[in-house]
Design a protein around this ligand. Structure first.
Ligand SMILES: [Zn+2]
Ligand SMILES: [Zn+2]
Ligand SMILES: [Zn+2]
Length: 264
């Protein structure tokens, strides 16, 4: 499978509006992060994990032409406010777009995007979603891609991570990764992991906590995501061991048979 990082920043994005800190003013493109999402191409099928408020810009930048289904980690604004922009794929295929998430996520999407969750769209230009609920630890197949649902703690909220075979675990927006989840993803080829900043946060892993989880999981390659403007890309990379790196917007990797190859 091919994985493209559409965004690797926290909810504000980097630069943050009105901030003059060194990271927000940095001209290193790796310090410019849109909201967090990945695009997964597996054979002829394409999955989007979360649809951020930056989805339009992300899709244009990555030249996205196809989305067969969307997996939702949770419904915080930085993960779902781009769902309306997916209407172009409904128009192109003439079909409802399948959206998969927890019962709570699906209920929230029904409230936020009621106009897209009707039996038939009130107007042909509107997005139209086909909603599917996923249960924690469920083994599923969506758009030809098998994965397991990983329950994660994000403060008091349970959010979902996704484990795609032994190739990829996508684990963002969490401050705790349970022993059960560590066990089920141990030895995965690529682990994408929440790592917000150095200072503690009630709902996200710090960089040190993420290093600790990465050590327990022992992925061939761990990539940190969901960074905020307190984390300067090059400075964080320097403190990490070689098998742990910081993802950046536009990064693209190919994962197959226990091997990972960086494409961009
Ligand atoms: Zn988030
Ligand atoms: Zn800043
Ligand atoms: Zn969140």
């Amino acid at each position: 499978m091919r994985v493209t990082f559409l965004g690797t920043g926290t909810s504000h994005g980097i630069p943050m509006i009105g901030c003059d800190c060194a990271v927000c003013r940095s001209d290193n493109p790796r310090n410019q992060r849109l909201r967090p999402s990945v695009y997964i191409e597996n054979g002829s099928q394409c999955l989007l994990v979360d649809a951020t408020p930056d989805f339009r810009a992300q899709a244009l930048r990555a030249n996205i032409r196809q989305v067969d289904a969307v997996l939702i980690t949770h419904t915080h604004a930085d993960h779902v406010l781009g769902l309306d922009d997916l209407r172009v794929f409904c128009q192109r295929t003439g079909r409802k777009l399948p959206i998969h998430g927890s019962p709570h996520s699906i209920e929230t999407i029904q409230q936020m995007f009621a106009y897209a969750c009707t039996e038939t769209p009130a107007w042909p230009g509107l997005p139209s979603f086909e909603l599917h609920t996923l249960q924690p630890d469920q083994q599923c197949e969506v758009a030809g891609t098998a994965f397991r649902v990983l329950p994660l703690l994000h403060g008091r909220m349970t959010v979902y991570g996704f484990l795609f075979g032994r190739d990829l675990a996508y684990v963002t927006d969490c401050n705790v990764v349970s022993a059960d989840v560590v066990e089920s993803i141990r030895g995965v080829t690529v682990l994408v992991l929440d790592a917000l900043r150095h200072r503690p946060h009630p709902t996200h892993l710090t960089i040190d906590q993420a290093r600790d989880v990465a050590g327990q999981v022992g992925a061939k390659l761990t990539l940190f995501t969901h960074l905020c403007h307190e984390a300067e890309h090059e400075a964080v990379e320097k403190e990490l061991p070689p098998q742990v790196r910081v993802a950046y917007d536009g990064m693209q990797i190919e994962v197959a048979n226990g091997e990972v190859r960086q494409l961009a």
